[in-house]
Design a protein around this ligand. Structure first.
Ligand SMILES: Cc1ncc(C[n+]2csc(CCOP(=O)(O)OP(=O)(O)O)c2C)c(N)n1
Ligand SMILES: [Mg+2]
Length: 324
């Protein structure tokens, strides 16, 4: 990986983590309502996957703030969405779980566990039909890979050789359920083996995730059909903001905190790319400024007007005509 890409990945990871801590703080203050799922501890996976899959369409889960930023959505527009403001990426109508921006080919954020997987299959089918070579990336959790829609998606993507990259974020838990209590093995990639090639990667190693997703992207773009990448990681915070965390031990959490993906990438930048402490500190300062600006913008932005409450519920006449 060239130095610029490595630096960019690190910068986005640092912004991402600070963004998440700021969101947590403002949730506690009551400025963000509804659900909020933090991605702290999983930044390497979220950022490096987006940077490696820089074209094509992306479908993902409700734990997607950092992915949206890494895809190019502005942190202030993402924060404004969390605050439910008109200037948010989904005009304040979606909130944390529904960050949506067709200009970045980013289609959420889905509150239904695994709901994004069949949507991505449909998109991959459409892209193949249109002759597009960019392909589609779908991210989902270990828990989602126990659902029926997941297996149906593997099946049809395999049968029709769709340009679809399945990326499983295995953080070992679905809310409080440890994956091996509800699946016969830890590695969810085993489920995909009859349908497509599979790869496993350390999800806390940004360099490795970038490499694996780049290889997988090339594979689907060459028209070989779907591929499955599983990245192992761990979330540091609760599942959402209401989670007492009684299902895991403090020891387990501290082992994973010692595998901090940001510290790891920082070491790589120092040791392999010769970056100085001053340069790295400047990145942290800049990240703080970006997040502060995002919060100030979200705070100052207006709420959507009440008169627009019923907008976007049904397809408009204009869209209907355009599609017919
Ligand atoms: C169809 C459906 N069933 C149950 C839920 C409740 N629920 C929300 S998140 C979640 C756990 C999902 O775990 P996983 O797929 O591993 O993703 P993670 O939260 O770990 O990123 C569940 C069961 C839901 N939102 N949708
Ligand atoms: Mg999980």
């Amino acid at each position: 990986m060239d130095k610029l890409t490595a630096k960019e990945i690190y910068e986005t990871m640092v912004v991402g983590r600070r963004f998440e801590y700021a969101a947590k703080e403002h949730y506690m203050e009551g400025k963000i309502s509804g659900f909020l799922h933090l991605d702290i501890g999983q930044e390497a996976l979220s950022v490096a996957a987006m940077k490696a899959f820089d074209k094509g369409d992306v479908f993902t889960t409700y734990r997607e703030h950092i992915m949206a930023i890494a895809r190019g959505m502005e942190p202030k527009a993402v924060m404004a969405e969390l605050f439910g403001k008109k200037t948010g990426v989904s005009e304040g109508r979606g909130g944390s779980m529904h960050l949506f921006d067709p200009s970045h080919f980013f289609y959420g954020g889905d509150a239904i566990v695994g709901g994004q997987i069949p949507n991505a299959v449909g998109c991959a089918y459409a892209r193949k039909f249109q002759g597009s070579e960019d392909g589609v990336l779908v991210l989902f959790g270990d828990g989602a890979s126990n659902g029926g829609a997941f297996f149906e998606s593997l099946n049809i993507a395999g049968a029709w050789k769709l340009p679809l990259l399945f990326l499983c974020e295995n953080n070992r838990y679905a809310i409080g359920t440890e994956i091996t209590r509800v699946a016969p093995f830890l590695e969810q990639a085993k489920k995909a083996e009859p349908y497509m090639p599979t790869m496993e990667v350390d999800g806390n190693d940004a360099m490795a995730v970038y490499e694996a997703v780049s290889q997988a992207r090339e594979y689907i773009q060459k028209g070989h059909g779907p591929i499955f990448v599983e990245a192992f990681t761990y979330r540091w915070e609760g599942h959402s903001m209401s989670d007492a965390g009684t299902y895991r031990s403090p020891q387990e959490l501290s082992i994973w905190k010692s595998k901090d993906p940001i510290e790891r990438m920082k070491r790589t930048l120092k040791e392999h790319y010769g970056m100085s402490d001053e340069e790295l500190e400047a990145i942290e300062k800049e990240a703080d400024a970006i997040v502060e600006e995002a919060v100030a913008y979200a705070d100052a932005s207006p709420e959507p007007e009440l008169s627009t409450l019923h907008d976007h519920l049904f397809v408009s006449q204009e869209v209907r005509h355009a599609l017919s």
